[in-house]
Structure formats: structure tokens, C-alpha cells
Design a protein around this ligand. Structure first.
Ligand SMILES: Cc1cc2nc3c(=O)[nH]c(=O)nc-3n(C[C@H](O)[C@H](O)[C@H](O)COP(=O)(O)OP(=O)(O)OC[C@H]3O[C@@H](n4cnc5c(N)ncnc54)[C@H](O)[C@@H]3O)c2cc1C
Length: 376
């Protein structure tokens, strides 16, 4: 079968991989000269710990396993780094303990400050009560991963990738683009946050909205440590659905409301990804809407730096880049898969966990929507 994928972000790339592996002839169209959307602006965190326990965690873990396999096959660098949720207040430690009790030891466990400092010696020692350790998180460098994924698809699986090729119109078995027409037996439309031209009414009807995030990249000031686990702290407990049912959560929220109302208002929680080149990706904030200021919000960036300094002292890092990213998020579902016709499938709305679930989501969608032929 001839398969066309529209969109060269991580969701499109993962669909191209799965379709090629299932023995189909795949062409991917990307409107820009390289992917420039959410998939290159993120932390590069594969983050199963942020998914609610049950089916969604299982999807994230399957995706993680596929990431390891695909990264090895396509020669994309990655680290199995795990993650720490740091606790600086008894209510936060209690919430993390409650989560561990609910989830079980195969998901996460509590480490005392000594063990936490062994793995992350640069953390601020004052006030650290302990942390929740999860071993399952992965780290890829978002700046290079999509480009290397695309290169690997071309070189190892024979996928044709056409950059600078915007799909203008998709009708049954035909994709019209600026260089001509692509005939296809199946089309996957994975156009991310670019909601305004392809099937925009449908996406709006499905409750998909945009979110703008503030991000920073910093360097370690000397001495540069070995890259450690992903780091986050108390504000993150308020962000992920997986922590929502914990009895200690209202106390955590009340304390942050008193201590840092501006952080809650801007949807700030602090995540830190450490890269082997001695840099750190730091964020983020959440502003929802349909369009945004083109500039970065200096006030929110300052809140992010202030909150990071609470657990990673500001004299240990220097910011050298700032940017914003946007993702498309479905308000009611973790993602949307819309079978538009028997031969056209729209995959969108993955929100803030697209890197995490992309590989397993694509595996499921391709299995459901395409006949499986000879494996490559
Ligand atoms: C700042 C930030 C941090 C994040 N951190 C993480 C994280 O650490 N872990 C995690 O799991 N998730 C994270 N996310 C979410 C994750 O990055 C997204 O869910 C994911 O990248 C979405 O992938 P996508 O392929 O749908 O979209 P995109 O990456 O936006 O890709 C869509 C592509 O389609 C192309 N396109 C659009 N229209 C057309 C057309 N008509 N023709 C051809 N091409 C077209 C675009 O140019 C674009 O390259 C983060 C998101 C942001 C913004």
C-alpha cells in the first residue's frame, strides 16, 4: 500500500515508522525545511510517571520500550535517566508517599536526601526532605531527535521525506501539495498545532485548543556534573492528573497558593532535563487560547527562574536561550484519532505528552487503520 503522512513532528515520524515496518511504501510531507513545531521545542522527556495509572501508563510504558528499540535502530542518542520529584514540605512528601503506596514499588519509591544528593549533587540542600524516584523516564535531545529520526527513516526503512512541502488539500486518496499531487491508499494527518487550514472546524469541534509554553536552555557553571535524572519539585504535583486523587494534594495546593500565586496563575511548574553536552532544558508555563503574543513573556520567564532557584541554586547555571512552544491539546481526551474516511486518519490533540506516548500511539493507530503486510 502507498501511505502518505502529513507532518514531520514526532507523531508523523512515528506513524511513518510503523507504516514502513508493516511493509508499506511511505512518503512523509513536512511544510517546513525541518520540523520546527512542538517536537523540537520540548524537553525531550519520555515521562511515563506523568500518566494516570492503568491504561494510559501502560501506553506510555509501551511507548518507552518502543523508543529504546527505535532509537537504537535509527541511531538516535538517548539516556535511561529516571526522574526525581523533590519534596521540600511535609505535605509534598506525604503526597509522594501516598502516590507510591497507590502505585506500588514497581512504579516509584521514596529516596532520602542522602541518596538524592548522591544522584544529583548540585541540588540545594536546605529544606530537602526526600524525593520520589522513578526509574522509567528517558531523555532524548529534542534539538536533534526529529532530524535524526527522519534521516533514519530514509536511510534504513526507505521512507521518502519531502521537506518544504505543505499539504493544501486532502481528499479521498489524494493529497494536493505545492509541488503537485500525491496519490495514496491511506493518509495520516499529523499536523500538530497548525490547526487553521487542515480540518480546522473538525478539530475545534473535538475541543482541541492551543497552549503556549515558556522555555529556557541553560549551561552548568563549572564544574559540569555528569547528567543526572530529570528533576521536578512540588509544583509538578499540581500539574499531572496522576497526582490528582491524592488526599494530601489540597494541602500542597494551599501552600503553593500562599507561597507563589503568580506561579499557579501562569501554570508554571518546573521540569529540568539534563543533556550530555552539559546543557539543561528548563520550563515551563501554560497559557491556553487560540492565538498568542509572538514574544516570550519575561515576567513568566522570571517566575520560572525563581522557582528553579528554590531547588537548583542560580549560581550553578546560566541561561543562554529562551523560546516558546505551542501544542494542541484535546480538553476531554488524552489524544484524538479521527477516521475521516476509510482511507484518511487524523491524529492530533496529544498535548503535553506527545513525546511520551507517540511511539505506542502510532503503533496502535497503524495496526487499526492499515492492513499488516510483510514486516521489513
Ligand atoms: C515547550 C514544550 C515542551 C514539551 N515537553 C514535552 C516533553 O518533554 N515530553 C512529552 O512527552 N511531550 C512534551 N511536549 C509535548 C510534545 O512536544 C507534543 O505533544 C508533540 O511534539 C506533538 O507532536 P506533533 O507531531 O503532533 O506536532 P508538531 O511537532 O508540531 O509537528 C507537526 C508538524 O506538522 C507540520 N505541518 C503542519 N501542517 C502541515 C501541512 N499542511 N503540510 C505539511 N506539514 C504540515 C508542521 O510543520 C510540524 O512540523 C512539549 C511541548 C512543548 C510545546
Amino acid at each position: 500500500m502507498k501511505v502518505v503522512v502529513v507532518g514531520g513532528g514526532i507523531i508523523g515520524l512515528a506513524h511513518a515508522y510503523q507504516a514502513a515496518k508493516a511493509g508499506h511504501e511511505v512518503t512523509l510531507l513536512e511544510r517546513d525545511s525541518k520540523a520546527e513545531g512542538a517536537s523540537v521545542r520540548n524537553f525531550g522527556m519520555v515521562w511515563p510517571i506523568g500518566q494516570p495509572l492503568g491504561e494510559r501508563r501502560a501506553l506510555a510504558l509501551r511507548s518507552r520500550d518502543l523508543w529504546i528499540q527505535i532509537a537504537q535502530e535509527l541511531e538516535i542518542p538517548f539516556r535511561q535517566c529516571g526522574s526525581y520529584h523533590l519534596a521540600h514540605h511535609p505535605s509534598e512528601l506525604q503526597a509522594l508517599e501516598q502516590f507510591c503506596a497507590l502505585a506500588g514499588p514497581e512504579v516509584a519509591e521514596i529516596h532520602g536526601p542522602e541518596e538524592v544528593f548522591r544522584q544529583s549533587p548540585d541540588l540545594r540542600p536546605e529544606g530537602l526532605l526526600g524525593a520520589m524516584w522513578s526509574p522509567h523516564e528517558l531523555s532524548v535531545d529534542p534539538r536533534i531527535t526529529c532530524a535524526m529520526y527522519a534521516k533514519g527513516l530514509q536511510a534504513k526503512l526507505g521512507v521518502q521525506i519531502r521537506f518544504n512541502t505543505t499539504a493544501h488539500e486532502i481528499t479521498e486518496n489524494r493529497v494536493v501539495h505545492r509541488h503537485g499531487v500525491e496519490e495514496a491508499d491511506h493518509v495520516f494527518v499529523c499536523s500538530g498545532h497548525v490547526l487553521h487550514h487542515l480540518f480546522s472546524d473538525l478539530l475545534t469541534e473535538k475541543g482541541i485548543r492551543l497552549c503556549k509554553l515558556e522555555m529556557l536552555r541553560a549551561r552548568w557553571n563549572a564544574p559540569v556534573p555528569q547528567p543526572g535524572p530529570h528533576l521536578c519539585a512540588g509544583l509538578t504535583l499540581l500539574h499531572y492528573e496522576s497526582f490528582a486523587p491524592l488526599p494530601a494534594l489540597p494541602a500542597v495546593r494551599d501552600r503553593w497558593q500562599e507561597t507563589a500565586p503568580d506561579a499557579l496563575e501562569a501554570g508554571v511548574h518546573i521540569l529540568v532535563a539534563q543533556h550530555p553536552d552539559g546543557t539543561l532544558t528548563i520550563g515551563d508555563s501554560h497559557e491556553y487560547g487560540t492565538s498568542f503574543d509572538i514574544t516570550s513573556n519575561q515576567r513568566v520567564q522570571a517566575v520560572i527562574e525563581r522557582e528553579l532557584d528554590r531547588f537548583l541554586p542560580a549560581d550553578r547555571w546560566s541561561v543562554f536561550e529562551r523560546w516558546t512552544g505551542q501544542y494542541a491539546k484535546c480538553a476531554s481526551e488524552p489524544y484524538v484519532v479521527i477516521p475521516l474516511t476509510p482511507s484518511t486518519t487524523l491524529v492530533n490533540g496529544v498535548g503535553g505528552h506527545g513525546m511520551t506516548i507517540s511511539q505506542a500511539l502510532a503503533e496502535q493507530v497503524v495496526k487499526q487503520r492499515l492492513p499488516q503486510s510483510t514486516a521489513v
